[in-house]
Every structure is written in C-alpha cells, then in structure tokens.
Design a protein around this ligand. Structure first.
Ligand SMILES: *[C@@H]1O[C@H](CO)[C@@H](O)[C@H](O)[C@H]1NC(C)=O
Ligand SMILES: *[C@@H]1O[C@H](CO)[C@@H](O)[C@H](O)[C@H]1NC(C)=O
Ligand SMILES: *[C@@H]1O[C@H](CO)[C@@H](O)[C@H](O)[C@H]1NC(C)=O
Ligand SMILES: *[C@@H]1O[C@H](CO)[C@@H](O)[C@H](O)[C@H]1NC(C)=O
Ligand SMILES: *[C@@H]1O[C@H](CO)[C@@H](O)[C@H](O)[C@H]1NC(C)=O
Ligand SMILES: *[C@@H]1O[C@H](CO)[C@@H](O)[C@H](O)[C@H]1NC(C)=O
Ligand SMILES: *[C@@H]1O[C@H](CO)[C@@H](O)[C@H](O)[C@H]1NC(C)=O
Ligand SMILES: *[C@@H]1O[C@H](CO)[C@@H](O)[C@H](O)[C@H]1NC(C)=O
Length: 604
C-alpha cells in the first residue's frame, strides 16, 4: 500500500495545474492513514510533509510511533550570538520534550559545556532546538555538538547535513530561512542579503542578480524582491516532484547562499471554503485569486509577534474580538511562558500560533503572515499585543448591550455569535475610512491609526485586572501609527516597514485623525514588565536599547539612557494627561459585579 501511495503522489505532482486533485488525493491519503495508521510510513523523502499548522483542522490525525527507522538528526545550525539554533529532523509523531529533559552539549570529551535547551515545533517533521551559546573557551563545531534528551538519548549531525563545519553566523552571513509556496510562485525568505546590491539598476536588471535554486540544481528567476523576501517561479510541473522535500537556495550574483528551508508544494491549501471536495478544479484555482474586494472567510484578522506575552493575551483577544477581529495569528518568538495553554483556553476565538524563531525579523514575519492569512482574511490588523485599537464613541456600543448581558454572566462560549450579529465595530470603521475617499480616483487599501503612549501611571506592578484598567495616564501627543491593511493589495514583494505595507496602485493609505480613532499603546509599563520587553526589540532597524548604538533612533525611550537601571521616578513618567476612555468603555462592556460586590472584568 505504501508504494501505491507514493506512486499516486508522484503522479499527481506531475499535474501542476490540478491542485484541487492533489489536495483531494492528499485528503484521501490522509484518510487512508487515519484508517490504517500502523501500515503506512510517511517517507520524508517523498516530499509529502505538511506543516501541521497548515493542515486544515479536520485533516489532523493522531499518530503513534510510526517511524521505526525514525532516527533524529541535526540538519542545520545557526549561531545567533548569545544563542544557537539547531534544526532537527524528527519522526512526525515524535513529541519533542522540553526544558528539563533537554540539553545541548558543546565541545570535546575533555573540554565541554552543557546549556539549557528550548524546543520549538516548526513543521510536522522538524523541530528547532534553541540553546544558550557556550563560553568562549569551549571550541566546538557542527560535528561535535549534540542534543541530549533525558541524559541517555543523543541527537547528532547527519552524515550529509550540515554540509558546513561551523555554524552559520546569523550576524555576518546570508541564509535562506523560510520557504512559502503559493499557488503561483514560491516566496523565499533570506536573511543578511546586501540590500544595496544593484540599487542603481532598473528593477528588472536588479532582479536578474538573484535566482532560486531548487535542490541545488533547478534554477528559476526571481520576480520580486524587498527586505528578506525573494519571489520565484515554481519548477515546471514535470520536475516539481523531484524537488519536493529538497532545500531551496538563493543564488546572488552567481554565489549560492546556504539554506535551512525546504520546498513543500503540497502545503498549498484551498481558500475561503470549507470543503475541497465539492469544487471543480477551475473553481478551486479561482479560489486562490487575489481579487480585491472578494469576500473571504474572515473579514478582519489580526497578526502580531509575541514573546512571553501570555499573561496579557486574554484581555487583548477578548477586546479585539469584541471589536470584530475574527481570527488571530500569533507569531511566536520562542516564548517560554505558558503560551500554548493560554491559546488552548481561547479555543472559541480562532487563535493560531506560528513559530518564528528568527532574530530581528519582524518585517519578514509580517510578510509571512500576510501570505498565510491571504486565503482567508480580507483585512489584517497589524498591531502589537500591548496595543488596543480604540475608535471614538460613534463606532462603539452606546447602549446597554454589553458583552456580559449578551453572554449570560460571563459565559464566553457564545462570543462567536455575538460578534457576528451585525457589522462589527471594526467593520463599520473600515467601511467609513474607505468611503471617505470615494470621491477621488483612488481606493483606500490601508488605514493608519495614531498611537497614544501610556506611562506606568503610578504603578509599581502590573495591574491585576488588565492593562486597560491600570494604565490611564499618557503622553499628550500622538506618536507613530499602526495599520490595518487589505491583504490583496499588498505589492508582490511584500515590502513593509514599521507596520506599514507598500500597496499596488491605485490603492492608498488613509491616515485617521486622532479624534476618530486611536491606538492605546501601553508602552511604558510597570518597571519589571518594561525592562524585559525592551531587552528584546523586534524590528530589524532598532538596536537593543541597552546597546550604545543607534542612539538617535526614533524608537529610543525618551529620557532613558542605555542602562537597564530603573530611574527613581519611573512610575511618574510619561504622564501628561489622565485618560480613562478605554478603561471606562471596557468596564461597561466587560465589567460585572461578583459575589464580592466588586467590579470584575470578563478576562480576569
Ligand atoms: C552578533 O551581534 C551581536 C550584537 O549585535 C553580538 O552581541 C553577537 O556576539 C554577534 N554574534 C556573532 C556570532 O558574531
Ligand atoms: C553591498 O553592495 C554594494 C553595491 O554593490 C557595495 O558597495 C557594498 O560594499 C556592499 N556591502 C556589503 C556589506 O557587502
Ligand atoms: C519568559 O518567561 C519564562 C517563564 O515565565 C521566564 O522563565 C523567562 O525568564 C522569561 N524571559 C524573559 C526574557 O523574561
Ligand atoms: C476559524 O478559522 C477557520 C479558518 O480560518 C475557519 O474554518 C473556522 O470556521 C473558524 N472557526 C471559528 C470557531 O470561527
Ligand atoms: C437597555 O436599554 C433599553 C432602552 O434603552 C431599556 O429598555 C432596557 O431596559 C435596558 N436593559 C437593561 C438590562 O438595562
Ligand atoms: C480618474 O481617472 C480617469 C482615468 O485615469 C481620468 O480620466 C479622470 O480624469 C480621473 N478623475 C479624477 C477626478 O481625477
Ligand atoms: C467620531 O468620528 C466621526 C468620523 O467617523 C466623526 O464624524 C465624529 O465627529 C467623531 N466624534 C467625535 C466626538 O470626535
Ligand atoms: C526573538 O528573540 C530574540 C532574543 O532571543 C531577539 O534577538 C530577536 O530579535 C527576536 N526576534 C523577533 C523577530 O522579534
């Protein structure tokens, strides 16, 4: 039976236009696997490897130990500076252990060092293990490093991989780190490529310097490029199958740069419909089209990068779900708190997590998120987890129709029905922003909203009832803005900077006046929160605030040097005006009196 499946798989790979059929076949194969798990072994070489995060929910299946030959191997190693990332091939069923059971060992038998490890699930058969770097005096290379599970099991490098001796230095080398296949092309993410290479050339000439190389052999042209993103054609259908499951490299000015990422054309999935089976091929292909304005499964989604943000997640998701966000994409930068648990408890809110272990690559994460969400979301809200969109009262619920009354005293399980009952707050806001420019020859494709930055508001500790409840004092002037973007109008290169995307013509950015809507940014929180947050700045253009470089950056904290030392008056800083707007609104919508006669919020 195994042979049968592989033949059928190969056969379908040859028919490039027939994705519908491929997906049907894939469903059928998975159905077979579900029926007879012990008889089928998925070969990682067949290219049949679907990242779990992309498998539609009903496709997921329980597996037992299915690969007896499932030897685990280190395939690639990247050096981030203070941390080392090891990419490990694992049998798809293997539940990788974490923390206490996992360690990295660097060095030789006589001189070595152990470091704690964190495992991050990437795809079905790949896991990233992140370890602290060893001390300077321990010499090590890719053949001596090993990962230990429970002190007895050891994972080492494979015989073929990595093909280099020293770990790839993220700081100083170029490397392909993600590959995302779309229906029409392949999006390759590469870090560290010289951005000024050929800027003086006309765009078509500039792009000619780059090529994608499948399996180290098959070359296709790069058709669009910006930031870390390089878009290339798929290999032709007749050979596509040969490169499935192989690495994709980039060639830049004739030189091939190393790659950590594999080509998996079968991860393509249909769009905006619940079942593939009742669609013809043509319909299926059509469903991939990026027709602006075409309704998607979700009108509004949100995407955000997250690290150790679990304790703030519930409040943020409740609130933005109330506004009308239908699906949440969290790009997790190796969180070490209980993120998975918190997400599992938000099952009614359609929250998904995608691992994003790459250093200083927020822009690339946003581009990746736009690709991932494009099939099912029309508009995407790109804001951070300490930011709350707050339109003026003409958009908000005015009456007594609160969250809790609708939901019978705090039962949030029926939230989904509530938020879809009428055009949501955000939907009305977007509609109005778009309509405001109807009279001219342009269409609004992106909406920019200013931020109000809040200070510690006198608090020494995180407010237990939520950030919206405790932080009520802010800087007077509004600062830089964040965006809501129509995904289908983003340029091919996915170019973005500080939360804004470049759009195709004739789409334009509409900047919202601060009295129409604002983002409450709880930026300067109680000292302990603030300290950790600013240690891990995400965007690629800003340094750590503790580093003595980029001192003039707009992102620097006013009045704070480069030392992580608490200023004596921290609690009183960044406080020009008391602003209770969002606190009072959320109390009205999410507040209820408990048996203790005190006001509680739904997310407490
Ligand atoms: C990379 O750069 C950071 C500072 O930006 C430095 O701390 C680190 O040591 C560097 N890592 C390597 C491997 O060079
Ligand atoms: C990037 O490319 C430009 C133009 O080719 C060159 O002048 C510059 O030295 C390169 N920078 C680096 C860091 O390689
Ligand atoms: C992240 O959270 C974990 C668990 O709460 C904690 O051990 C770790 O120190 C945190 N990391 C940072 C940088 O604060
Ligand atoms: C969650 O989103 C997926 C696709 O994005 C959709 O199929 C599903 O119906 C949604 N679930 C809920 C509970 O809204
Ligand atoms: C809500 O408001 C309506 C009219 O404004 C009123 O008739 C109704 O009694 C109110 N309900 C509650 C629970 O306050
Ligand atoms: C809108 O564009 C059309 C076609 O480009 C042009 O003929 C027309 O004059 C434009 N109208 C305005 C108001 O700019
Ligand atoms: C709220 O925004 C709308 C525009 O959408 C505007 O007409 C109205 O005046 C604003 N309300 C206040 C109180 O500023
Ligand atoms: C993820 O966290 C690391 C610190 O472990 C940081 O250096 C990196 O910039 C973060 N990446 C993003 C995309 O925020």
């Amino acid at each position: 039976m195994k042979r049968g499946i592989e033949n059928c798989c190969r056969h379908f790979l040859l028919l490039r236009p027939c994705y519908g059929l491929v997906l049907l076949a894939a469903s059928a194969i998975i159905a077979l696997i579900v029926l007879q798990p012990e008889q089928v072994t998925l070969s990682t070489h067949s290219g049949f490897s679907l990242p779990t995060s992309m498998i539609p929910y009903h496709w997921k299946w329980e597996t037992k130990e299915e690969s007896a030959s499932g030897e685990m191997l280190i395939e690639d190693i990247v050096h981030f500076g203070s941390e080392v990332l090891l990419l490990v091939r694992v049998p798809s069923s293997f539940g990788f252990p974490n923390k206490e059971r996992l360690q990295c060992r660097y060095g030789t038998h006589t001189h070595f060092a152990y470091r704690q490890a964190l495992a991050v699930h990437l795809e079905d058969t790949r896991t990233a293990v992140i370890c602290g770097a060893p001390p300077q005096d321990v010499t090590w290379d890719v053949s001596s490093v090993l990962i230990k599970i429970d002190k007895d099991q050891e994972i080492r490098k494979g015989s073929a991989n990595p093909e280099y001796k020293h770990p790839l230095p993220w700081n100083s080398s170029s490397v392909v780190y993600e590959v995302f296949p779309t229906h029409k092309d392949v999006v390759v993410f590469a870090h560290g490529v010289n951005n000024t290479l050929g800027v003086e050339l006309p765009e078509q000439e500039r792009l000619k310097q780059f090529q994608c190389v499948y399996g180290g052999r098959y070359i296709t042209a790069v058709t669009a490029q910006a930031n870390d993103v390089f878009r290339c054609d798929h290999p032709p259908a007749s050979v596509m199958g040969d490169f499935a499951g192989k690495k994709v490299f980039l060639r830049i000015g004739g030189e091939i740069i190393p790659s950590l990422a594999y080509y998996n054309p079968l991860t393509l999935k249909p769009v905006g419909r619940r079942a593939v089976s009742d669609a013809s091929d043509e319909e299926h292909l059509a469903s991939f089209e990026a027709t602006p304005g075409k309704p998607k499964l979700h009108h509004i989604c949100a995407c955000t990068l997250i690290y150790n943000g679990s304790k703030f997640l519930k409040e943020w998701v409740y609130y933005h779900s109330h506004l009308g966000v239908e699906k949440f994409y969290f790009y997790d930068n190796n969180s070490e708190d209980n993120l998975d648990e918190v997400i599992a408890n938000l099952a009614n809110f359609n929250v998904t997590k995608h691992s994003w272990p790459w250093v200083k690559s927020q822009e690339a994460g946003f581009s990746h998120c736009s690709l991932l969400a494009q099939p099912e979301c029309s508009w995407m809200l790109y804001i951070d987890i300490d930011e709350y969109f707050f339109p003026n009262s003409s958009f908000l619920l005015r009456g007594n129709e609160t969250f809790l009354r609708k939901n019978e005293g705090g039962d949030v399980s029926s939230m989904a029905g509530y938020k879809r009952s009428s055009p949501s707050i955000l939907a009305r806001f977007i509609q109005e922003a778009v309509a405001s420019r109807k009279d001219v020859n342009v269409t609004v494709g992106q909406i920019a909203i200013y931020c109000h930055n809040y200070g510690p508001s006198g608090l020494q500790q995180s407010p237990p009832q939520g950030v919206t409840q405790g932080y009520t004092c802010r800087i007077k002037r509004q600062r830089r803005h964040k965006s809501i973007v129509l995904l289908s109008v983003i340029v091919e290169s996915l170019r973005n900077q500080v939360h804004h995307f470049t759009m195709k013509s004739p789409y334009v950015l509409e900047t919202i006046r601060p009295w129409v809507a604002i983002i409450n940014h709880y930026k300067f929180q109680a000292w302990d929160e603030f300290k950790t947050k600013f240690h891990r700045r995400a965007a690629s253009n800003v340094a750590d605030w503790t580093e003595d470089r980029n001192l003039a950056s707009n992102d620097r904290v006013p009045g704070l040097g480069t030392k992580p030392i608490k200023p004596a008056d921290w609690e009183l800083r960044y406080c020009d005006v008391q602003d209770y707007g969002l606190r009072d609104y959320t109390r009205r919508v999410f507040g209820f009196y408990g048996k203790d006669k005190r006001l509680h919020l739904a997310w407490e």
